[in-house]
Design a binder for this molecule. Structure first.
Ligand code: ASP
Length: 321
């Protein structure tokens, strides 16, 4: 049985020795193990990416589910999307506050097939109605996120910041393409998979940007921007400055360069991440998986938490190029 799975836990100014790196590697390995268990048992790529993203949502290190960043109002509004490369079916939720694992709500919408994207209270009601676990909004809060919001609001009340946004001297010196009011790390999570039947899938989940305007929706739940899968070409999950990823249609652009331009996965992903996005001022990265099982995981910032596993091989995790 042949399968491939990759995960990410965000990208940005992650410098060697700055983080407790071992904990991030362990979190990525757990997410890989959860998804690989599905694939090894003959499960679908969609089921595998959901399993991996649930593990990342439950890990407080990453900006999704428990451990998500806060809005300017001190609340959590979470976005998630899932896409099946077989039949181009998708489900996504935006601005949810109570479903414990937003990616499960996105998956339930995909399975139901009535609509692709459901917002806010309606999405939380849908999640509860289909029997998903719900939690009070403060379940998502960690002391680290509260401190991050307070520091940001004290420094610049209207600035929004991406996850892992510590404003130290090393970050200011780091080579970034970020807009000036964006701090420079992103903790969104995602997964892409190719199952034994040759089907591709992608899933992405986030708390968005720290101190974001309530109601703001990023690229994560938008098909063709932060999440995309098509059995004809590739599966993509993105992390970065969401507004730029929306405007660049990142996931769909990588697909289109392969489908219509005959590009390889590596060159398509490289062109979008290192040319199209920086041209708009966007920073971040993607994990992309082609139908032939090849992987591309480019990022235009210092580091990206990422991991991969192929059938019959040991898993790998990395933060730096
Ligand atoms: N792309 C996400 C957003 O803009 C943020 C991230 O990747 O951390 O909501």
């Amino acid at each position: 049985m042949r399968y491939v799975l990759a995960v990410h836990g965000g990208a940005g100014t992650i410098l060697p020795g700055q983080q407790d790196e071992a904990r991030y590697h362990a979190g990525l390995r757990e997410a890989l193990a959860a998804g690989e268990a599905v694939l090894r048992a003959g499960g679908s790529a969609v089921q595998a990416v959901v399993a991996s993203v649930v593990a990342l949502e439950d890990c407080p290190l990453f900006n999704a589910g428990h451990g998500a960043v806060l809005t300017s109002a001190g609340t959590h509004e979470l976005d998630a999307g899932v896409m099946d490369g077989l039949g181009l079916c998708a489900g996504a939720v935006a601005g949810v506050r109570h479903v414990r694992n937003p990616v499960r709500a996105a998956h339930a919408l995909l399975a139901e097939g009535r609509c692709v994207l459901l917002g806010a209270e309606a999405a939380d009601r849908f999640a509860a109605a289909v029997g998903l676990a719900t939690v009070p909004n403060h379940y998502f809060t960690t002391p680290h996120r509260l401190a991050q919001l307070r520091a940001l609001q004290a420094a610049a009340p209207t600035a929004t910041a991406l996850d892992h946004a510590d404003d130290d001297e090393r970050m200011r010196r780091a080579p970034l393409h970020a807009a000036s009011d964006d701090s420079a790390r992103f903790g969104t999570v995602g997964a892409v998979a190719l199952d034994a039947h040759g089907n591709l899938a992608a899933a992405t989940s986030t708390g968005g940007m720290s101190n974001k305007r309530p109601g703001r929706i990023g690229d994560t739940p938008l098909v063709g921007a932060g999440v995309y899968a098509n059995n004809a070409t590739c599966a993509v999950s993105a992390t970065g400055t969401g507004e730029h990823f929306i405007r660049a249609c990142v996931g769909h652009d990588i697909h289109a360069r392969i489908a219509h331009g005959g590009a390889s996965l590596a060159s398509a992903a490289h062109a979008v991440v290192h040319q199209s996005l920086p041209a708009l001022g966007g920073s971040g990265g993607v994990i992309a998986l082609a139908r032939d099982g090849s992987l591309a995981m480019p990022f235009n910032v210092c580091g990206m938490y990422h991991g991969w596993v192929r059938s019959g091989e040991p898993p790998g995790t990395a933060i730096f190029p």
